[in-house]
Design a protein around this ligand. Structure first.
Ligand code: HPA
Length: 273
């Protein structure tokens, strides 16, 4: 099946199971998937039950959509996402976001676990993404352009909507939650970066590093969605501290900040979107 048929097929499959059109999309990153359990009147669709859909395989990632309501808003959440390092093309990785567009989603909140490059921060910090550096070596819009989604050479000067971001940071502050601002750089993974790569990324202007988000944000921007990005700094990036990096630390920190992370998503849904 070609990519466009897979996008349309996924949207049709979801529409056949739910009787409403979601307005807000959530992509929940490593260790951050529990938020989907907050949705009321949930309808669950396993990715495995969607023909032509990729399937996620990382520990800490469930593999399903949860559709439901929060504060009276209609939401579609991805509990588990796909990663470039799993071997999918970026065109495949972004099938879900483009299917969300066909379902009517106009606002997308993308979350991830990330390594802290900015040494002013420590693990557990939350960062609103101001911009990104696509260091993955690929782009989800490569290949034939789907004109009905967007143009061949889309502008990327404001991938992450600044008005939504500033509102989020301000409302979070009112609620006693500190949110940093910074630039996210995507490496492919799955190996963590080397200290030399992190020094390079810092020199390039990056504040946080991860293995996701950029493809989804590009595809969402292409089709005109307003995007908010939140990184949970689960560890300091390679070489910042003496300790080696491991996935367990990522999951433990994500779990530790779950309370504030949940509040922040609530703020985004209730007050920002
Ligand atoms: N590097 C890349 N991806 C990550 C990291 C990191 O340090 N932490 C969580 N995801």
């Amino acid at each position: 099946m070609d990519i466009k048929s897979r996008i349309i097929g996924a949207a049709k499959q979801i529409m056949s199971v739910v009787d409403f059109s979601p307005e807000i999309g959530l992509v929940l990153g490593s260790g951050l998937g529990d938020y989907a359990e907050m949705l009321e009147n949930p309808v669950i669709i396993d990715y495995a039950d969607i023909p032509g859909f990729p399937v996620s395989s990382v520990a800490g990632h469930k593999s399903r959509f949860v559709l439901g309501e929060r504060f009276g808003r209609k939401i579609i959440a991805m509990q588990g996402r796909f990663h470039y390092y799993e071997g999918y093309s970026q065109q495949e990785l972004t099938i879900p976001v483009r299917a969300m567009h066909l379902l009517g989603v106009e606002k997308l909140l993308i979350t991830n676990a990330a390594g802290g490059i900015n040494t002013a921060w420590s693990s557990g910090a939350l960062m609103a993404i101001t911009d990104h550096i696509n260091y993955s070596g690929a782009n989800p819009l490569m290949g034939p352009n789907f004109e009905e989604f967007g143009s061949r050479f889309p502008d990327m000067s404001e991938v992450y909507d600044s008005a939504l971001r500033e509102k989020l940071v301000a409302e979070a502050e009112n609620a006693g939650i500190r949110v940093e601002r910074g630039v996210y750089i995507m490496f492919t993974g799955p190996s963590y970066e080397t200290p030399a790569e992190i020094r390079m990324a810092r020199a390039m202007g990056a504040d946080a590093v991860g293995m996701s988000t950029v493809p989804e944000a590009i595809a969402a921007n292409h089709c005109g969605m307003k995007v908010l990005g939140i990184s949970c700094i689960t560890n300091m990036a390679a070489g910042v501290l003496k300790a080696p990096l491991d996935h367990k630390e990522v999951m433990e920190t994500a779990n530790r900040v779950k309370g504030n992370f949940t509040k922040l998503i609530d703020i985004a849904i209730q007050k920002v979107f």
